[in-house]
Every structure is written in structure tokens, then in C-alpha cells.
Design a protein around this ligand. Structure first.
Ligand code: SF4
Length: 301
């Protein structure tokens, strides 16, 4: 009998998260894929996550429910230009955010997630090496600002997090009477991050909320995709949790690619009657791209 496991990202809709065997952020999903002995992994997330799962667990069939589930960090990156950019820094270590295609990872020395990026980059610098960072310009700008690095950056953004807006945030913070906190994902623009009380990956933001022990009346503004608010409110129904604003009058910050994982599409993928199987990666790309992924997994283990 075929064993099917469903993994879902926190940014999918609650109904899909409820259908999943495991729910997590990018690093969690990679680790779940590594541990899994399933014949088929249905990955309710986006394509680069399914590609990563396939490279980590090549024996499993990996299926993504909707073939349109891409990511702006992938679509904004031209691989030919990326290769030229990488070659223009021959003495640098190329660190690539896991939100990148398999071909992109094949041009990198390390992959990182938003949870381990600070530690991995500090580790590489401690070895006296120079670094170039791709593809997320906002995350790179944050790391350069926060730690005084001078990493050359590739210029792509998450189209969801890039919309968080400091002016709208300031206006909302001024309207809120009483205690308030801003917690943000590092894919957000630097001015928003500079305004934040805590910066962390999706899982780290969830942990911050779970462990919050302050005034329950305080308003907590969350600068990340709205899907995680479902998990935060489930974990702490006693708290006042809102998504941070994009611009005045709009609070519609959702990832269109994650939302393509509908209940119907996930069911069809589970029955192997729909979706896209990740069977198109060349041996060459897989063999090269797994190197930076394994470096990261060994470091994070
Ligand atoms: S939320 Fe942003 S980084 Fe995540 S999949 Fe959507 S577009 Fe990509």
C-alpha cells in the first residue's frame, strides 16, 4: 500500500493545515521531508519547497497540489544573470535563501532559512570569508544593517512581505492607545524591521506569541503572511493579535501562491490524481543543489 504524507506550510489556509500530517515553516518542511519514509510526499506549499523536499528525499515521489504555486523570489531571479553575478565575486561564499529554485541553489555554497540565517552567516564570517547573499534583498539589507556586514545583495523581494509599509505602521501605532508590540519577518522592508520589537522566522514569531507573558490587553501587530495568524490565535486566543498594515486602508497581505493549495487540490494530490510531480530536475542540478542544502541541515542539526 502506498504511504502518502502531507506536509503544509503555515501560510496555507487553515482547512489545508488541518488536512496535513505535519505543519511548519521552510526549515521544518525540509526536516520533515528528510525524516519521512513515505512513498509520496504531498507538499502544500510552493514549488521551491517541493523541489527541496525532492532533493532531500529523492526516493519519494513529491507532488505539489497546484503547478502555479511559485514565489516572487524565484520569478524575479533570472538564472543566467544570477550566474554572471555569482561569477563576478569569485572569492566570495554564495549564501542563498532557501526560497530559491533548485537551479539557483545549484549556484550556491550554502542555503539558509530565516531561522538559521543569522547563525550561518556569522559562522562563515568567523572563518574570515566574504559573502554574497541572494535572492532576498530585504533580508540581506536587514543582515547588513543589524550586524554591520557589507554583503553584496541580489535584488528580489517577497511580494507579500515587501508590501508592509512603515508609514501605515506608524499611523496605526499612533491610533492604538496603550501597550503595543510589532513582530516581523525579516523578508519585510528594513524601515518596518527597524520599528519592530522582535524579528524572526515564521516559527520564531509563533514561539514569541506562544511564550508572551506580558499584558494580555496589549496589541500585537504581526508583519508576516496572514496564514500564521490562524496558528497564533489558536495558540493564544487570549491575546489581541492583528496583521501589520500594508498601506492605509488595505490589510490584504496574503501570498497568492500559497492560497492555490485549496482543499480540492490537496485532496487530488493525495489521491495522485492532480498537481505537479517534481520529476523534472536534472541529475546534475540535484547533485549540485543538495550540497548547500546538506551543509545547512548539518549545521542546524
Ligand atoms: S510569502 Fe513571499 S516568500 Fe513566501 S512563497 Fe509567498 S511570495 Fe514567496
Amino acid at each position: 500500500m502506498t504511504k502518502v504524507v502531507t506536509l503544509a506550510h503555515y501560510y496555507t489556509i487553515p482547512e489545508v493545515q488541518q488536512m496535513a500530517d505535519r505543519v511548519g515553516d521552510s526549515l521544518d518542511l525540509a526536516l520533515f521531508a528528510k525524516e519521512s519514509n513515505a512513498d509520496v510526499i504531498v507538499l502544500a506549499g510552493v514549488k521551491f519547497m517541493a523541489e527541496t523536499a525532492k532533493m532531500i528525499n529523492p526516493k519519494a515521489r513529491v507532488i505539489i497540489p497546484d503547478l502555479g504555486s511559485t514565489c516572487s523570489l524565484v520569478t524575479m531571479t533570472d538564472i543566467v544573470k544570477l550566474k554572471q553575478w555569482r561569477e563576478s565575486y569569485p572569492d566570495h561564499v554564495h549564501v542563498a535563501y532557501i526560497n530559491s529554485s533548485a537551479e539557483h541553489k545549484a549556484l550556491a555554497d550554502w542555503t539558509v532559512t530565516s531561522r538559521n540565517v543569522d547563525d550561518i552567516i556569522a559562522h562563515i564570517y568567523s572563518q574570515g570569508k566574504q559573502i554574497i547573499y541572494s535572492p532576498d534583498r530585504n533580508m540581506g539589507a536587514y543582515l547588513n544593517f543589524q550586524y554591520g556586514y557589507n554583503m553584496p545583495l541580489w535584488s528580489a523581494v517577497c511580494e507579500v512581505h515587501d508590501k508592509f509599509n512603515k508609514q501605515a505602521l506608524d499611523e496605526l501605532l499612533n491610533e492604538i492607545v496603550g501597550e503595543k508590540y510589532v513582530i516581523a519577518h525579516p523578508e519585510s522592508p528594513l524601515p518596518v524591521l527597524q520599528q519592530s520589537d522582535y524579528i524572526g522566522s515564521t516559527s520564531q514569531l509563533l514561539s514569541w506569541v506562544k511564550n508572551y507573558s506580558g499584558n494580555p490587553e496589549a496589541v500585537i501587530l504581526v508583519a508576516t503572511e496572514e496564514g500564521i495568524l490562524y496558528n497564533m490565535r489558536n495558540a493564544r486566543p487570549d491575546l489581541q493579535i492583528q496583521q501589520a498594515p500594508i498601506y492605509t486602508g488595505c490589510k490584504c497581505n496574503t501570498c497568492p501562491y500559497m492560497k492555490l493549495n485549496t482543499v480540492e487540490a490537496v485532496k487530488a494530490a493525495q489521491n495522485q490524481g492532480g498537481g505537479l510531480e517534481i520529476d523534472y530536475l536534472s541529475e546534475e542540478v540535484m547533485e549540485r543543489a543538495i550540497i548547500p542544502i546538506n551543509r545547512m541541515l548539518s549545521f542546524s542539526a
